[in-house]
Ligand binder design. Sequence first.
Ligand code: DHB
Length: 279
Amino acid sequence: MDEDAGSMERIFNCGAGAIVTKSIGLKPRDGYPNPTVIELDHGILNAMGLPNPGIDNFKDEITKLKKIKIPIIASIFGSDLKDFVKLAEKMQSYGANAVELNMSCPHAKGYGLEIGCDPDLVKKITFHVKKSITIPVFVKLSPNLVNITEIAKSAEDGNADGIVAINTVKAMKIDLELKMPVLSNKIGGYSGKAVKPIGIRCVYEISQNVNIPIIGVGGITTGEDVIEYLMAGASAVQVGSALYYRGLDVFKKICDEVNQWMTKHGYKNLSELIGVAHK
Ligand code: DHB
């Protein structure tokens, strides 16, 4: 739902405050052959392989969205500093409101986590992207790291405007009859309800060590999940897998639930809740 203007507009009309696009690279990519996604008992396992139309073809989609004034956070992936800078500059010129650097895709050779596990590279890429554009730069991090806080600090040192935590958790499903992994790529990323405690822990740890805002993501399905991420230290949240579980109007449902929880517990502003679990 995050790759063409029509579906992104539908999502926006269902109550999302902004849209994060599919990660876009320099060249069109088909992604991995099927099977690329499977529902498991407590979440969703996927390895799409970064399929995307390429940055030049993506211009039309953003241009259409700009006409209807939808805030766009453009996710980009590259294999080095030059790629990220070029992609960020193009996204800004198309009218994106912010860019999100994908340094966390768990299974694409040469991309994502292979970059996001190197603190110096994260700092360098963030720093140069920041210098080349004026819109905010967010860095999306992986939970598949020994120390996510160290990488978050590198992003902060590179002048990132915010941290996005977390991307999917590396995982695998084996089919007992076929005696082989279900996904064509064998290894994928796990999302949905099962990963929420991992996301909460990462946001909590990061917020103890960085001073820039955190966008919490991972398993958010209900309003209470949002409240928990705020208490851990997030200032905003992203929702993905819950679209599958609760339908397109999940955004409106979650906002209503957040409002109800706040009324019941005597809160007027979300800001009163950010980081309270640290006190
Ligand atoms: C894909 C997976 C990710 O976790 C991500 O951040 C971006 C892309 C993918 O498989 O396409």
